[in-house]
Write a protein that binds this ligand. Structure first.
Ligand code: C2O
Ligand code: CU
Ligand code: CU
Length: 485
């Protein structure tokens, strides 16, 4: 039986949810794990996802193989959680690429559902970009080619299947992809075990340890969780040396904003945004991180005596979610140089070069059907066959994005554009926030906000996507295709 997307939407939320439950071990009911989550706080050590080894290497390319499969893993102490993971891991293994060297990842789907893989932040040919209808069917494989021509940066790979991205990610289909750039080598930034990814996610669990998935009205508001996971560990503790660390922080949650800050009031030193190093380091008291955004920070623990404990808090969370993890200064470290004042070259794109400005409105449309609300861009639901913009290859454009207020519905839309990195020219008519003044591929729009972005389409020709990275909004049609011609 085949149904169109529109008919599926009209089936109604309950049937949809009931049909989806059980197929992947996701609970949709209530019955969450009780009360005393705090007992897990700072008890388990931080894990770092393993770096995947290539199966083969030649002069220009590193070849990888990943199997997407179900696994029962211990996320919470003494409980098992059924996950869907790249290599059966939550989160998936990290891929390290080198700028200018190609990567080919052969993905095999051993899950009971169709999948798609997208490299978020990558400048990727259209066939490898993970268009939501370019599915890998269960039992099949597909190879993705990544050219890694962009700057050194913290990217991530994740599922992008039509209508199922939110559930597939909630189940675990996400991992880091780091592009290493030789130009960073001379900067004296922390490397190797002192260069640590922190993948932030929130999940709810049932008493049996399995995930509980609540996405709000019609399954389309956004799934939040009660447990904060860092690299798959609930509120971990991390023993550090008295020295500098680089933390690559990714918000990989479905619909939750994090705002990391040091609880002792010391600033975070931000060195990178989504698209790599900033021109110079900046001090921030906290860095709001909407879904899919990344920020790299340096924390210097040499200023604390051994035994000091420093909590990384989350200014946008309440109760147990107001804390993320705890650093514990455990041993001495070397004497180090300060972070250099110049980190990279970032030529500002000149708005005078822009061939045109396009306006995109992120909003809601109300119709006489069930459920009555859908998320839209310029009033339209996602249609994989219709392009909302035909962009000329090589052209510079300004995209003016607006979050249209809808009554009292408080909704933030982190907007992600595939294929390109952009610079933020303005937020609400003013300069962008200090922490978003680097290359970006995702920009957060709070209720009623607007931003102007500038970008150059010099990657590839083909069909690409722009969408809200609240994954439930994305699956419920807040996505648009654009074409580079
Ligand atoms: Cu991170 Cu189109 O997604
Ligand atoms: Cu992307
Ligand atoms: Cu949204």
């Amino acid at each position: 039986m085949k149904r169109t997307r529109r008919e599926m939407l009209a089936v109604g939320a309950t049937t949809l949810l009931a049909a989806a439950a059980g197929r992947n071990g996701l609970h949709f009911g209530s019955g969450e794990i009780p009360e005393d989550l705090a007992k897990w706080k700072f008890s388990k050590p931080l894990r770092v996802p393993p770096v995947l080894s290539p199966v083969r290497i030649d002069a220009k390319t590193d070849y990888y193989e990943i199997t997407q499969k179900e696994a029962d893993v211990e996320l919470l102490p003494e409980l098992h959680t059924r996950i869907w993971g790249y290599e059966g891991m939550f989160p998936g293994p990290t891929i390290k690429a080198r700028r200018g060297r190609r990567t080919i990842v052969r993905q095999t789907n051993q899950l009971p559902h169709k999948t798609v893989v997208h490299l978020h932040g990558g400048v990727t040919e259209t066939d490898s970009d993970g268009f939501p209808t370019d599915m890998i069917m269960p039992g099949e494989s597909r190879s993705y080619v990544y050219s890694n021509e962009g700057r050194g940066a913290t990217l991530w790979y994740h599922d992008h299947a039509m209508d199922r991205t939110a559930q597939n990610l909630y189940m675990g289909l996400a991992g880091l992809y780091i592009i290493e750039d030789e130009s960073e080598a001379g900067l004296g930034l922390p490397v190797a075990e002192y260069d640590v990814p922190l993948i932030l996610q929130d999940r709810s669990f049932g008493p049996d340890g399995n995930f509980v998935y609540h996405a709000g009205r019609g399954g389309r508001m956004g799934a939040h969780g009660t447990v904060v996971l860092v690299n798959g560990v609930p509120w971990p503790r991390f023993a550090v040396a008295r020295r500098k660390y680089r933390f690559r922080i990714l918000n990989a949650s479905n619909a939750t904003v994090f705002e990391p800050a040091l609880q002792n009031g010391r600033p975070l030193i931000q060195i990178a945004t989504d698209g790599g190093l900033l021109p110079m380091p900046i001090e921030c008291q906290s860095i709001p991180l909407a879904m899919a955004e990344r920020t790299d920070v340096v924390a210097d623990f040499s200023e604390y005596p051994i035994g000091t404990q420093i909590v990384l808090s989350n200014l946008s969370g309440k109760g147990p979610q107001s804390e993320i993890m705890r650093f514990e200064v455990a041993r001495d470290g070397p004497v180090e140089n300060p972070i250099p004042q110049k980190l990279s070259n970032m030529e500002p794109l000149d708005p005078k070069l822009a061939a045109r400005t396009r306006i995109f409105e992120f909003g809601i449309s109300v119709e006489f059907k069930i459920p009555p609300l859908t998320w839209t861009i310029n009033g339209k639901e996602f249609n994989p066959k219709a392009s909302l913009a035909q962009v000329e290859y090589g052209q510079v454009e300004i995209w003016h994005l607006k979050n249209r207020k809808f009554g009292s519905l408080e909704m933030i839309h982190p907007v992600h554009i595939h294929l390109i990195n952009f610079q933020i020219l303005e937020r609400n008519g003013e300069a962008p926030k200090p922490w978003e003044r680097g290359w970006k591929d995702t920009v957060s729009l709070d209720n009623g906000e607007e931003v102007k972005l500038i970008m150059k389409f010099d990657g590839y020709r083909g069909r690409y996507l722009m969408h809200c990275h609240n994954l439930e909004h994305e699956d419920h049609s807040m996505m648009a295709r654009f074409d580079v011609i």
